[in-house]
Design a protein around this ligand. Structure first.
Ligand code: GLU
Length: 484
């Protein structure tokens, strides 16, 4: 029998990190086995579900490269089948009509939680099936409850191992509410059977639903799927991951400059251990290596610094034109720069810039921010960098910059090698180490205390912009520290 799995998000929110991780594990398993990955939108909670959320979930899946083979199927479209399943259980005596007053039950739940478990059944048995049918025919509102059989329910969880629940502790669950709507457990069982799902991979917050679902499958005569319950994701403080911890929607990371391959890599490590020291993998390799055997039982911790680190590694490895396209999308059209009228669309030049920046950046956003330094007329100046490298010894800084400007103005061609030779010979002529020159030069060119290699920076900025920035910085020092 070929493997069939499904991802079944409720469209009551965007695709969040936990959901995406669950989807990914399903997708890996399906692709490995040449099985079917089905997408099912569990939209039965009409009040909280929305089309916008459904769209965001599909977008998030596509962005991460998780393609599905069947669906999306919508749970709400199966309501007639859900109802028919409930009525079949009723007809077979495996379910009963419950006329109990919900308020009375709620009170009993508080006062006598042990008794409440079988209370509706006792009431139904006391009433008798015939009387119940008569009251139902008379239009009296009631729910339909599943009659949990005696004994125990066991399964071999693919993550948690042998699981065992005593049925006497399981309440006779409502399967059809008094308004005729199916409940979650009935709908899932009916849909999983309809989709011929062979393995259910989902969050372990569903562990307590599983015995109920296994019992329902058995009562309906369905083959019972296998189960794998994957661990919850916690924030760094050990609490369940939530908005308090920052962005939880996958789409937010997209707009923060995270690459999809880095997100996939990061998600895969939330609860799964590749069994190697190495942690940076492309999606295809993750898919090959993934195994439910290496999914841990204990909760996983969401570590933003790790996501950014992984993203940096994927950025460095990604083809420059792809990264450039992402950067361009974030930057929009760039302001024209002095002389060259540079725009993000200036092919080769922009690719060179991104190539230089992507090696040390952690996010696309960071590249876009740094890229502005190179594309604008004047770089935004970091005050601390200027204080340290321009104004601590303004006389020296100004002298260095003016000497550099004069020597560089005569340089031809404006290329990496000659640039380095020139800067080093100016340092020698002034009797200082090259570092002494490079610090003010870097602040003049980039406004920052750190940057990629200074000769690469100059080559990339080009003659006119480099000279203008050096002259501009020398002028500023002269004006702001004339005594220097
Ligand atoms: N719709 C459920 C959820 O989002 C999924 C249930 C399941 O996977 O069985 O938690």
């Amino acid at each position: 029998m070929s493997l069939r799995v499904r991802f079944a998000p409720s469209p009551t929110g965007y695709l969040h990190v936990g959901g995406a991780r669950t989807a990914l594990f399903n997708w890996f398993v399906a692709r490995q086995a040449g099985g079917v990955f089905m997408l099912r939108i569990e939209d039965t909670d009409q009040a909280r579900s929305s089309e916008a959320h459904t769209r965001a979930i599909l977008d998030g899946m596509r962005w991460l490269g998780m393609d599905w083979d069947e669906g999306p199927v919508f749970q709400s479209e199966g309501v007639d089948r859900h109802r028919a399943d409930a009525l079949r259980l009723l007809a077979e005596g495996k379910a009963y009509r419950d006329f109990a007053d919900p308020a009375e039950l709620a009170a009993l739940r508080e006062s006598d939680p042990d008794r409440v478990i079988r209370f509706p059944r006792e009431a139904a048995d006391a009433l008798g099936a015939e009387a119940a049918e008569a009251r139902a025919a008379g239009g009296e509102p009631h729910a339909i409850r599943f009659r949990v059989p005696a004994g125990e329910t066991t399964w071999e969880d693919r993550v948690h191992g042998s699981m065992r629940f005593r049925n006497e502790g399981i309440e006779d669950l409502v399967i059809l509410r008094s308004d005729g709507t199916p409940t979650y457990n009935l709908a899932v069982v009916s849909d999983d059977a309809d989709g011929r799902i062979t393995l259910v991979i989902r969050g372990d917050d569903h562990l307590s639903n599983t015995p109920k679902q296994i019992l329902l499958h058995a009562a309906l005569g369905n083959p019972v799927p296998d189960f794998a319950h994957v661990p919850m994701i916690l924030g760094p403080d050990g609490k369940r991951l939530s908005k308090r911890h920052g962005a939880t929607a996958v789409g937010d990371y997209r707009s923060q400059g995270i690459l999809p391959e880095a997100m996939v890599n990061f998600l895969s490590l939330l609860g799964w251990n590749p069994g190697t020291e190495e942690e940076v993998f492309p999606a295809e390799e993750l898919c090959e290596r993934f195994s439910l055997d290496r999914v841990q039982k204990k909760s996983a911790v969401f570590d933003l610094a790790k996501l950014e680190w992984l993203n940096g590694r994927h950025l460095a490895a990604a083809p420059v034109d792809r990264v450039a396209a992402e950067v361009r999308a974030l930057m929009g059209e760039l302001p024209p720069a002095e002389g060259t009228r540079v725009s993000a669309g200036d092919g080769a030049w922009f690719l060179g810039l991104v190539e230089l920046l992507k090696v040390r950046a952690r996010t696309v956003t960071e590249i876009a921010e740094v890229a502005r330094i190179y594309t604008g007329d004047e770089p935004p100046v970091d005050a601390d960098a200027a204080a340290k490298h321009l104004f601590r010894d303004p006389g020296a800084a100004r002298g260095h910059l003016e000497a550099l400007e004069a020597a560089l103005a005569a340089l031809d061609p404006w290329e990496l090698g000659p640039l380095e030779v020139t800067v080093r010979s100016v340092a020698e002529a002034r009797g200082v180490g090259a570092g002494k020159l490079i610090h003010p030069l870097r602040v003049a060119l980039t406004g920052q205390a750190s940057s990629p290699g200074i000769f690469e920076v100059m080559a990339l900025l080009g003659r006119e912009r480099s000279l203008a920035r050096i002259a501009g910085a020398a002028r500023r020092v002269r004006l702001e520290a004339p005594e220097g």
